[in-house]
Design a protein around this ligand. Structure first.
Ligand SMILES: *Cc1c(COP(=O)(O)O)cnc(C)c1O
Length: 436
């Protein structure tokens, strides 16, 4: 399978698409054609890593990684993505729990898959031994950096530079960004997420620096992060279809549109995905676009669901490439915006109803299900809300609302014991270079 930019140009191999991140023309890589999976062609009730290897096989055909796909999937998908049924709902409702990875957010799927593929590509380079370690630069507003650091920690031939905005990530997120040591360099940048991203871009923009430091990008538009995210939608819809003759209807908390786009991809591969609904926070670029047809990116605003604070969602370029502009998109996907007051109220009411604490991002999905869908949307239908992070990651928001402390998942608890270390820098590329 070859990959091309959403803006056209020459096709490249999977390895190149993964190592480059963004295409040279500024577009995003997509497969030249999507494989089609007829009903019954993927295994039912298989372990997730086995399912992943079957589904992703066509994307790896002809690449140097083809023979290693089973191992890559075993390494990347080493934790489950269970569907949990929600009681006390008149209609069928489940939650797709995507937070059982090492940093308790769905970004572990993409980061672990990226690490498993990138490290193999890097080590198979003929001049691998004589080059400096591949230096993966990641600008993060919270969850991405931790997932990437965890995935690349002690991967031979690599090091990671994590750039996060000083004072703007939750205390537990910050710990996950700074507790690694070894080949992980954590830098708090004086400024906002946008400043971190600008510094990362400056590093890549200088060809000399980029070559000398052997820079690689792990940002969220990398095709190596999107492919594994399509797997849990493909798998859960396949299993549901086998059980009930109808696939899944998904509500996906959305920021940069990577997770939801992967669901759209799975649908376009022929998987039984009946509906896709996006839940955004108060950053309304996507719902407004579907309403008005006008794409108006803007600066992000800070909300309780901070990992979704994106005013210019990059993956919209892929979604429009796949499904067309607003007039066509509107037929296939709906989007609703959820404000902070609604997030708070939903965390409280779901806790009262179910006794379960959900994170602020997942709460946007519950709000959409309970308050934006109408009775005919829900009646007799099985909806699935993607739970993107564990509530314990956002304890400082959730605990005061529910009046209880949240049990910390084992793996997260282990990380929180590790000592943290980081340096604080000005938002300047030279200050990063000086530390490499
Ligand atoms: C990143 C993130 C999101 C948003 O996902 P996108 O792919 O950017 O749309 C939602 N919830 C959590 C917890 C996240 O970390």
């Amino acid at each position: 399978m070859q990959f091309i930019s959403t803006r056209g140009g020459k096709a490249v191999q999977l390895e190149q698409a993964i190592m480059a991140g963004t295409a040279p023309d500024g577009g995003l890589y997509v497969p030249v054609e999507l494989p089609q999976f007829a009903s019954g062609s993927l295994p039912v009730d298989a372990p997730i890593h086995e399912f992943a290897a079957c589904q992703l096989k066509p994307f790896f055909a002809g690449s140097s990684l083809e023979s290693e796909l089973d191992d890559i999937c075993e390494e990347a998908f080493n934790f489950p993505a269970p569907l949990r049924g929600i009681q006390n709902s008149p209609d069928a409702l489940s939650v797709l729990e995507l937070f059982h990875g090492p940093t308790a957010a769905f970004k572990d799927f993409g980061a672990r898959f990226l690490a498993a593929t990138m490290s193999r590509i890097i080590q198979s380079r003929p001049d691998a031994a004589s080059r400096p370690p591949a230096t993966i630069v990641v600008a993060t507003s919270g969850d991405t950096g931790g997932a990437v650091a965890a995935a690349f920690h002690r991967q031979p031939g690599t090091r990671v530079v994590v750039l996060f905005p000083e004072g703007r990530v939750s205390p537990r997120q910050q710990h996950q960004l700074t507790c690694w040591g070894d080949n992980i360099i954590s830098l708090a940048v004086k400024g906002e997420f946008d400043d971190c991203q600008r510094v990362a871009k400056q590093l890549f923009a200088d060809a000399g620096t980029s070559e000398r430091l052997n820079l690689c990008s792990a940002n969220s538009i990398n095709v190596g992060r999107l492919l594994p995210q399509s797997v849990y939608y493909a798998k859960t819809s396949t299993d549901l279809y086998a059980e009930r003759g109808e696939g899944g209807r998904y509500i996906v908390p959305t920021g940069n549109l990577g997770n939801a786009f992967a669901c759209a991809w799975a649908k376009s591969m022929g998987l039984p995905i009946e509906e896709l609904v996006l839940a955004t926070n108060a950053n309304t670029t996507i719902p407004e676009y579907l309403d008005s047809g006008i794409w108006k990116p803007r600066n992000s605003i800070a909300t309780l669901a901070s990992a979704m604070d994106v005013g210019d969602p990059s993956n919209m370029e892929r979604l429009r490439y796949l499904w067309g502009d607003a007039d066509e998109l509107r037929q296939r996907v709906r989007a609703f915006s959820v404000n902070d007051a609604q997030i708070r109220a939903q965390i409280v009411s779901e806790f009262e109803r179910q006794g379960i604490a959900w994170c602020p991002h997942t709460a946007t999905g519950f709000h959409v299900y309970r308050h934006e869908l109408d009775d005919s949307d829900r009646a007799g239908k099985h909806w699935i809300i993607a739970a993107t992070a564990h509530a314990a990651k956002f304890d400082e928001i959730v605990e005061p609302l529910i009046g209880e402390s949240i049990a910390v998942p084992e793996e997260l608890a282990r990380l929180l014991e590790w000592p943290a270390q980081f340096e604080t820098i000005e938002a300047k590329a030279e200050q990063v270079i000086a530390r490499l």
